[in-house]
Ligand binder design. Structure first.
Ligand code: NOJ
Length: 427
């Protein structure tokens, strides 16, 4: 078995602070009000200033990999201006990881943009591809000799659904057709970036981190519930991987959305990143507007999600059919009860181990997240971290019980993986 990556995942905006981008702009303009939720960013977790302390905690945690992103608005504050100062700090961060034998997994796009991007070219405009590509080219040239694992986009479908479906992320548009055009442009951008990175380093590994959900029809005897399940599952879990194989981006949710576009992706992806969190139930609703009904049946976490560890195995099996290696780029829970978080970790890893034993090509597991952080629409109220952040006391870090628990799991599983590898090589 090849080296297994044990890590934690973060994203720049959720932790860094000291930045202005499309999210801080929206907060300023009061546009985030949704169901009484109003996220307050207040410098995230202050990571930009104390990243070294966080990286020292990474070392203490015993991970051999770290997934993170760069803040586009910081690096390119204006369309024709790059900040060397920001790039220098990211240089130091990457070097520090490498010095400590922690493999950096770099996400190029994780939900946020410079404010100017929305003026020139939100993702529904074709020129967004070029604009993002120009930015990425700069990053690739800078980090090409140090970054081997690239994630071009984090949860592209989730982002377009928020930005163009529900409209509660910037640019705040509610238009399904534009949503699909934005997604198609994002996938085009992925392909261009893939070609760029490969032309510089053919050994680099390039993937996309998708959000996968287990969907279960409410009534087994009711065919329409099953039909609803299959349509939603196709749209949410398989539409993007399918597009890589068929070169067609197809969405078909009767009464809501019908879209088809040729897109020459030519299966240009080296691994699928799996972000897995929960299961949803589906039901047919007698409605001309929207027959698709989906919901959480057993809300257990602070974000109201079900804890469904077996689901990770189901998703791994499903995505393994696409024939690419898999990296679990996110899996985690927002909860204040440490017993529950520990159990969550233990149970999910049990199923990851089972997947590997069943010959599914899983190459890594990243817990979301290292520290508590800014959880988008929920602000700081939902705590996913292995490390508590005391926002009242100068962003003080306090490792939780699960921090030590995950460390032990990594240690024990590394031994188990070795034994498994030895057994396999005997055969
Ligand atoms: C998915 C996203 O990539 C991340 O930004 C978010 O915080 C976690 N899931 C938890 O919701």
């Amino acid at each position: 078995m090849k080296k297994f990556f044990w890590g934690v995942a973060t994203s720049s905006f959720q932790i860094e602070g000291h930045i202005e981008n499309d999210f801080t702009e929206w907060e300023k303009e009061g546009k985030f009000k949704k169901a009484g939720l109003e996220p307050i960013y207040d410098n995230g977790t202050n990571h930009w200033l104390i990243w070294k302390d966080d990286f020292d905690l990474l070392k203490e945690l015993g991970v051999n990999a770290y997934r993170f992103s760069l803040e586009w608005a910081r690096i390119q504050p204006k369309i024709n201006q790059f900040s060397e100062k920001a790039l220098d700090q990211y240089d130091r961060m990457v070097d520090y990881l490498l010095k400590n034998e922690i493999e950096p997994f770099l996400t190029l796009h994780h939900f946020t943009h410079p404010i100017w991007f929305h003026e020139f070219s939100p993702w529904h405009n074709d020129n967004s591809i070029e604009i993002f590509y120009n930015y990425v080219e700069k990053i690739v040239m800078r980090f090409k000799d140090r970054i081997k694992f690239w994630i071009t986009f984090n949860e592209p479908l989730v982002w377009v659904m928020a930005g163009y479906g529900e409209g509660n992320f910037p640019p705040g548009i509610k238009n399904p057709e534009m949503m699909m055009i934005a997604l198609s442009n994002i996938l085009e951008a992925h392909k261009k970036i893939y070609d760029l990175i490969k032309s510089i380093n053919s050994d680099a590994k390039i993937g996309i981190a998708n959000h996968f959900i287990v969907f279960k029809n409410e009534r087994d005897w009711f065919l329409l519930d099953k039909a609803v399940r299959n349509r939603i599952d196709q749209f949410f879990n398989r539409m993007i991987p399918d597009a890589f194989v068929t070169n067609k981006l197809i969405a078909n949710l009767p009464t809501i959305l019908k879209f088809e576009r040729e897109i020459e992706l030519d299966n240009k992806i080296d691994f699928w990143g799996v972000n897995y969190y929960y299961r949803l139930f589906t039901k047919f609703k007698l409605s001309l507007d929207n027959p698709f009904h989906f919901y959480t049946k057993h809300p257990e976490t602070d974000t109201g999600w079900e804890i469904y560890p077996k689901g990770i195995l189901k998703i791994l099996k499903m995505i393994s059919n696409y024939g690419k290696p898999i990296i679990i780029t996110e899996n985690g829970i927002a909860i204040n009860n440490e017993e529950v978080r520990k159990k969550f970790l233990k149970k999910h890893l049990k199923f990851v181990y089972k997947a590997i034993k069943d010959n599914i090509d899983v190459r890594g597991y990243f817990y979301w997240s290292l520290t508590d952080n800014y959880e988008w629409l929920y602000g700081k109220s939902k705590r996913f971290g292995l490390i508590f952040v005391d926002y009242e006391s100068n962003y003080k870090r306090i490792p939780k019980e699960s921090f030590y628990f995950y460390r032990e799991l990594i240690h024990n599983y590394s031994q188990k993986f070795k034994t498994l590898a030895e057994k396999k090589s005997i055969k």
